[in-house]
Design a protein around this ligand. Structure first.
Ligand SMILES: Cc1cc2nc3c(=O)[nH]c(=O)nc-3n(C[C@H](O)[C@H](O)[C@H](O)COP(=O)(O)O)c2cc1C
Length: 393
């Protein structure tokens, strides 16, 4: 949504504060955001919040006291790419559907012909009111997207349909206004990323050079493609990804538990984490003191996470194999032994590939016997190509 000009219209619902998060996420994706608020909306959230979040003045008046008096909505009609009404009250929905233009919000919405999305939030009786339902029907016929509100506990503590739709549905709705393809919409994706740490004693550990960049890139791309993404991450120095459900773990055992708990309903599992193959057999609970003797640490094999979820998920399993030699043989072996649908081979000892690097070169091996190499590229682009390949094979 980079460089798109989006008008966020906030109306007077208790859910108005959730519009702040949507504005923040759109800005993070590079969109230019302008906020307009109805008088009632300002009873719920102050315009200073939106001004700070957008770095733009907030439009609240149809007849402001400045010389440009009231023409903002006309100018915007020319420059805007899309309009998102969040939350959309019953009042505004009904007014706009029926051509009422008696304040800055309804006037703007009646002037502008840009793709428009309404994210309603209201009491379940207001949603079921025939006047509201009829208005929603009219707006949809006119070509606007009106999301269905969620069912659940409302602000009034009543149960029913009327909650603001989930953020992922609102953001996917906005993406669809721009006809951004969403091949993973409605799908659940689980990604593991980063290294694990296995304690030698309370202050030392065994780990590896994984930066988490490949897994994080895959999680972010899957999210951009519309998926609901959970990312199980080992200790990395990357920022959490907005809109992605993050689970932070440290050890191979913790990662195994997190994968087990989240694998059953995943449609795609990208097992990218560099999970330790071994862990110290019996780490002491006190720090090992320095002395002049040689020391050895007995290692026991860690649980093979991939093998452990074999048969426990109906999702497609895409597993990474990081090798230093005999990569193709290893990849074919893992494909058979570990029950993966795809193995993605990359090399640790290749410049600009594997661990730590911002670029990668991978070869995808599929269960059906196909094989394709993705030439060296930035990890985010490699991630996109991997997902596209998986979806088409
Ligand atoms: C505490 C409180 C919460 C409200 N929440 C909602 C709501 O979630 N949805 C809604 O349609 N109206 C809600 N209303 C009513 C609207 O604020 C009212 O209909 C107002 O006229 C809407 O104006 P607007 O559409 O110009 O923002 C609420 C009112 C109050 C006092």
């Amino acid at each position: 949504m980079k460089n798109k000009n989006i008008l966020i219209v906030v109306t007077g619902s208790i859910a108005a504060y959730k519009a702040c998060e949507v504005v923040r996420l759109l800005r993070k994706e590079g969109a230019n955001v302008q906020v307009m608020m109805s008088k009632s909306a300002m009873e719920f959230v102050g315009k200073t919040t939106f001004a700070a979040l957008t770095d733009n003045e907030v439009i609240t008046e149809i007849f402001p006291k400045t010389p440009k008096a009231g023409l903002e909505h006309i100018e915007m009609a020319i420059e805007l790419d899309a309009i998102v009404v969040i939350p959309a009250t019953a009042n505004t929905i009904c007014k706009v559907a029926n051509g009422v233009a008696d304040d800055v919000v309804s006037t703007t919405l009646s002037v502008c012909e840009q793709p428009t999305l309404f994210a309603p939030a209201m009491n379940f009786r207001m949603w079921q009111n025939p006047a509201t339902l009829e208005a929603v029907e009219k707006l949809r016929k006119k070509g606007s997207i009106v999301l269905d509100p969620e069912e659940g506990q409302l602000a009034s503590l009543h149960e029913g349909e009327g909650r603001l739709p989930e953020l992922i549905d609102i953001l996917n709705g906005i993406r669809s206004l721009f006809e951004i393809p969403l091949p993973l919409q409605g799908k659940k994706v689980l990604v593991t990323a980063g290294p694990t740490r296995e304690a030698i004693d309370p202050v030392r550990f065994i780990s590896n050079r994984s930066s988490g960049k490949m897994g994080y890139s895959l999680a972010e791309k899957a999210k951009d493609f519309g998926a609901e993404v959970s990312l199980i991450s080992g200790p990395v120095s990357l920022s959490p990804i907005p809109e992605v459900h993050m689970l932070v773990v440290e050890t191979a055992e913790e990662m195994a538990v997190a994968v087990k708990n989240n694998c059953s309903d995943a449609d795609y599992l990208f097992m990218v984490a560099a999970v330790s193959d071994y862990s110290p057999a019996d780490p002491p609970d006190k720090k090992i003191k320095r002395d002049s003797e040689n020391k050895s640490i007995e290692l026991k094999p860690a649980l093979d996470i991939l093998k452990s979820i074999k048969g426990k998920t109906k999702g497609k399993i895409i597993a990474f194999a990081l090798e230093t030699h005999d990569g193709e043989v290893e990849a074919q072996r893992k494909l058979v032994e570990k029950g993966a649908d795809f193995i993605i081979l990359n090399y640790a000892n290749e410049k600009g590939a594997g661990f730590e690097s911002s670029t990668n070169r991978v070869t995808i091996f599929s269960k059906s016997g196909n094989q394709i190499e993705l030439k060296k590229d930035r990890k985010d682009r490699i991630a996109k190509k991997i997902i596209e390949y998986i979806l088409n094979n």
